[in-house]
Design a protein around this ligand. Structure first.
Ligand code: NAD
Length: 264
C-alpha cells in the first residue's frame, strides 16, 4: 500500500481523544485521510490535538463532541461528516468504558452506560453511515472489541456482554454488506499500554505492596502469555491494514492482538 493510500477518504473515529482511538486517528491521517475526532476532554486539549494532527499530516481534522450515550448526537456526527466530506468512508467504533463489580452488585446505571457506549453507539453509527458507504460502493467499518469479546473475566459482566455483542454485530454487518464493497471487522486487543492503564499502577503498587514490575507481571499481564503490553501503535497498524485494498476480502472477522491470551 502506498504511503498516502487513504488520500481523499474521510474517517470518523469515536473515542479518539485518547489511547487507541487517537493512535488510529494518527495512522489514518498519516495515510492521508481527513479525520473526525470524537471523545471527551477539555477544550484546550482537544483544540491542540485537532491543530497538531492536521499540521503534522496535511489533512483536514474536525472534532465532534457527540456523546456516545446519545443516539441523536451519534447520528448527527455521521450526517455532519457526510455534509462536509461527502461520505464517511471509514467508521471506527472505538469509544469504550469499564466498570468492575460482581453481577449481583452491578449498578444498573453502569450496566446501561457500558451497553450504550461500548455496544449501542456502534450500532447507531453503523446505521447512519452504511447508506452512504453502500451508495459509494466502498467502506470500512472497524470496531475495537477486546479479548473480552472472545473470553470472560469475573466482575466485568457489562463489558464482556458488550464486547461479545460487538463481535456479533460485526458478523451481521459483514453478511448484510458482503456484496457492497463495504467490510466490517473488529480488532480484539489484550492489555494495551494506554494512559488509563499506566495511571492504575501507583495505586496498585501501594494496595498490594508490590514493585512496579510485580504489578505489571503478576497483576496486569497475568493472562497475557507474552508478558508484554500491546501498544496503541500495534492496534492502529491493524486498523490501517484493514483499511487497505489488501484487506478487501477480509470481512466479519475478529482479529486478536493479545499476546496469546485467547489461545489458552
Ligand atoms: P481511553 O480511555 O484512553 O479512550 C477511550 C476514549 O473513549 C476516550 O477518547 C474517551 O474520551 C472516549 N469516551 C468515553 N466515553 C465517551 C462518551 N460517552 N462519548 C464519547 N466518547 C467517549 O481507553 P482505550 O484503552 O484507548 O480504549 C479504547 C477502546 O479500546 C475501548 O473500546 C476499550 O474497551 C478497548 N480496549 C482497550 C484495551 C486496553 O487495555 N486499554 C484492551 C482491549 C480493548
Amino acid at each position: 500500500m502506498s504511503e498516502r493510500f487513504l488520500s481523499g477518504r474521510h474517517a470518523v473515529i469515536t473515542g479518539s481523544t485518547s489511547g487507541i482511538g487517537l493512535a488510529i486517528a494518527k495512522a489514518y491521517a498519516k495515510a492521508g485521510a481527513s479525520i473526525t475526532l470524537n471523545g471527551l476532554g477539555d477544550k484546550a486539549m482537544i483544540d491542540a490535538l485537532v491543530a497538531e494532527l492536521g499540521k503534522a499530516h496535511g489533512v483536514t481534522v474536525r472534532y465532534s463532541a457527540a456523546n456516545m450515550l446519545k443516539p441523536d448526537e451519534i447520528t448527527a456526527m455521521i450526517k455532519d461528516a457526510e455534509k462536509e466530506f461527502g461520505v464517511v468512508d471509514l467508521l471506527v467504533n472505538n469509544a469504550g468504558i469499564q466498570h468492575v463489580a460482581p453481577i449481583d452488585e452491578f449498578p444498573m446505571e453502569q450496566w446501561d452506560r457500558i451497553i450504550a457506549i461500548n455496544l449501542t453507539s456502534a450500532f447507531v453509527a453503523m446505521r447512519a453511515a452504511i447508506p452512504g458507504m453502500r451508495q459509494k460502493g466502498w467502506g470500512r467499518i472497524i470496531s475495537t472489541a477486546s479479548a473480552h469479546s472472545l473470553t470472560a473475566s469475573p466482575f466485568k459482566a457489562a463489558y464482556v456482554a458488550a464486547k461479545h455483542g460487538i463481535a456479533g454485530l460485526t458478523k451481521t454487518a459483514a453478511l448484510e454488506l458482503a456484496t457492497s464493497g463495504v467490510t466490517a471487522n473488529c480488532i480484539s486487543p489484550g492489555y494495551v499500554w494506554t494512559p488509563l492503564v499506566e495511571a492504575q499502577i501507583p495505586d496498585t503498587m501501594k494496595a498490594r505492596n508490590m514493585t512496579q514490575e510485580q504489578v505489571i507481571q503478576e497483576v496486569m499481564l497475568e493472562r497475557q502469555p507474552t508478558k508484554r503490553f500491546v501498544t496503541v501503535e500495534q492496534v492502529a497498524g491493524t486498523a490501517l491494514f484493514l483499511a487497505s485494498d489488501s484487506a478487501a476480502e477480509i470481512t466479519g472477522t475478529n482479529i486478536s492482538i493479545d499476546g496469546g491470551w485467547t489461545a489458552q
